[in-house]
Design a protein around this ligand. Structure first.
Ligand code: G1P
Ligand code: ZN
Length: 549
């Protein structure tokens, strides 16, 4: 094709100052993204941060929320104008975050752009987001996101191809200007990958056996098609197993975050009469998961510990794993398993990007976060459907109930009572003030007594990556007590309105007779100490958290 005949426009623009990617990409309200040039500037900043665009291939896909299709058109036209060789696009602009990671790796592309604000609500008044993933399939590390931010601040113009809207719904390969566009099935590559990890025959036998029932809530978000294809079509679960399986641009008005508060439909089913044996939900872009048994909630921290303890039941991990990694605020249940099994356990800052180096170097194979995220080195993102399949594989192999499996685990390793209290949309200044005051007191905390507890140490978590020695500072304030209980305070890096204070609480119970309490009851004293230490109620004017998980 003669590129001189293409109508490539160079549009002048002025930089925005607020395009620094957060915990998980650039996440803003749709209204922000609709500002003239806002999306285009950020996309151009991504392209400018690449080491030249010529000959490069990127994957593009998103969670189907409002603005997804519009953004896909802009990205394709800009990619063609910037000289990319090829874009691989999920049909209709749909790819879950784990599927995008899988496609990047499988097709050995130079990275990918994922359109999602994860679990944040969608729709014209909701949020939108853009994440850049690198060639290992994982979220761009800080040096890359900082380079994108730097480019965004100096941007004077962007390039875009002037052409009619492109057909993004028909599978096949077409030309967009001088660029190739390959539209692929959104599920196929991903399904093939998970089939190579788990024992699908064993899970099929469990589901077809007749006495096992499950329910999967896709929350009207991206995992609907994955759930229908994998749980119903491939694994034989009856139609109706997947609920809220149709992707809606506003997620049906819901908040697609799989936790006890927002996945209430599923919670009602699993805690209701004649409940199924197993329930699970995933979030907006398919990387999170919640696991439920009949009348039973598995905390994400316990889930990663249980996966570690049971990894030998899974074909892909049956020969053993090198290590497990968890984010700092995640409970230390996995550490206990790792210690007993003689494998390494790594503690990283919050955010999946910190696991990438550990997985690339073969140090950690399984990773998890308390925020309903777990995954492994089959890709470089956390993975909702993978996590659910992991549990199904455990259930199929052990033939016990979810509750029995978890309770036996506690008896063997102890129960790490755990809860996270979120204070959302707090005035930003007040939230920072609280963190600064906590910080200022850290040095004098050691040895202090609060109720029955004595402070062992208190610090602001700092992490040195064991692979590239990069340092991440100020990753959350930890107050550890001598009885192995602890609390962590940090500010969210993904919120789009005000500040969100997250308080993480954990205490260890080794006595099986005392492992059956409600977490809020078991953690009561610690909750009170947290307020005493931080003066949270007084400083923020809030008397209770907005969300408890
Ligand atoms: C939150 C979670 C974190 C997760 C991230 C992206 O980030 O706490 O574990 O990796 O969302 O899903 P935060 O808002 O706390 O910065
Ligand atoms: Zn997500």
């Amino acid at each position: 094709m003669n590129t001189e005949t293409l109508d490539i426009q160079t549009v002048s623009t002025t930089p925005f100052t607020d395009q620094r990617p957060g915990t998980s990409g650039l996440r803003k309200s749709v209204v922000d993204f609709q500002k003239p040039h806002y999306l285009e500037n950020f996309i151009q900043a991504i392209f400018n941060s690449l080491d030249g665009c010529a000959g490069k291939t990127l994957v593009v896909g998103g969670d189907g929320r409002y603005y997804n299709r519009h953004a896909v058109q802009i990205i394709l036209k800009m990619a063609a104008a910037n000289g990319l060789a090829k874009i691989i696009l999920g049909q209709g602009g749909i790819l879950s975050t784990p599927a995008a990671s899988c496609v990047i790796r499988k097709h050995k592309t130079d990275g990918g752009i994922i359109l999602s604000a994860s679990h944040n609500p969608g729709g014209p008044k909701g949020d939108f987001g853009v994440k850049f993933n690198i060639s290992n399939g994982g979220p761009a590390p800080e040096k890359v996101t900082e380079a994108i931010f730097a480019r965004s601040k100096e941007l004077q113009s962007y390039k875009i191809l002037s052409c009619p809207d492109i057909d993004i719904d028909t599978i096949g390969t077409v030309q967009v200007g001088a660029m190739q566009l390959q539209v692929i099935d959104s599920v196929d590559d991903y399904q093939q990958l998970v089939e190579s990890v788990f024992d699908f025959d064993q899970i099929y036998a469990l589901i077809k056996g007749g006495s096992f029932r499950m329910c999967f809530d896709a929350m009207h978000a991206v995992t609907g098609p994955y759930g229908h294809a994998i749980f119903e079509k491939r694994l034989g679960a009856p139609a109706g197993t997947v609920i809220a399986g149709k992707i809606l641009e506003d997620f049906g008005g819901g908040h697609p975050d799989p936790n006890l508060t927002y996945a209430h439909d599923l919670v009602e089913i699993l805690f209701g009469k004649d409940a199924p044996d197993f329930g699970a939900a995933s979030d907006g872009d398919g990387d999170r998961n919640m696991i439920l048994g009949r009348n039973f909630f598995v905390t994400p921290s316990d889930s990663i510990a249980l996966m570690t303890a049971n990894h030998k039941l899974i074909p892909a991990y049956s020969k053993g794993i090198a290590g497990v990694a968890r984010s700092m605020p995640t409970s230390r249940a996995a550490d206990r398993v790792a210690a007993k099994m003689g494998i390494k356990c790594y503690e990283t800052p919050t955010g999946w990007k910190f696991f990438g180096n550990l997985m690339d170097a073969g140090l950690a194979n399984l990773c998890g976060e308390e925020s309903f995220g777990s995954g492994a080195d089959h890709i470089r993102e956390k993975d909702g459907v993978w996590s659910i399949l992991f549990w199904l594989n455990i259930l199929a192999a052990r033939k016990e109930s979810v509750a029995d499996i978890v309770k036996k685990h506690w008896q063997e390793y102890g129960r790490n009572y755990y809860s996270r209290h979120d204070y959302e949309e707090v005035d930003s200044e007040k939230a920072h003030d609280l963190m600064e005051k906590l910080d200022a007191n850290l040095a004098s905390m050691k040895g202090k007594k609060f109720g029955s507890r004595t402070v062992d140490f208190a610090d602001d978590f700092s992490y040195t990556d064991p692979v590239d020695q990069s340092v991440a500072k100020n990753q959350g304030i930890r107050i550890h007590f001598t009885d192995e209980s602890r609390m962590v305070f940090r500010l969210s890096g993904t919120g789009t309105r005000g500040a969100t204070i997250r308080l993480y609480l954990e205490s260890l119970e080794l006595d099986a007779a005392k492992q059956g309490l409600d977490a809020q009851v078991a953690l009561k004293e610690l909750i009170d100490i947290a307020d005493e230490v931080s003066q949270l109620k007084a400083l923020t004017g809030r008397d209770k958290p907005t969300v408890i998980t």
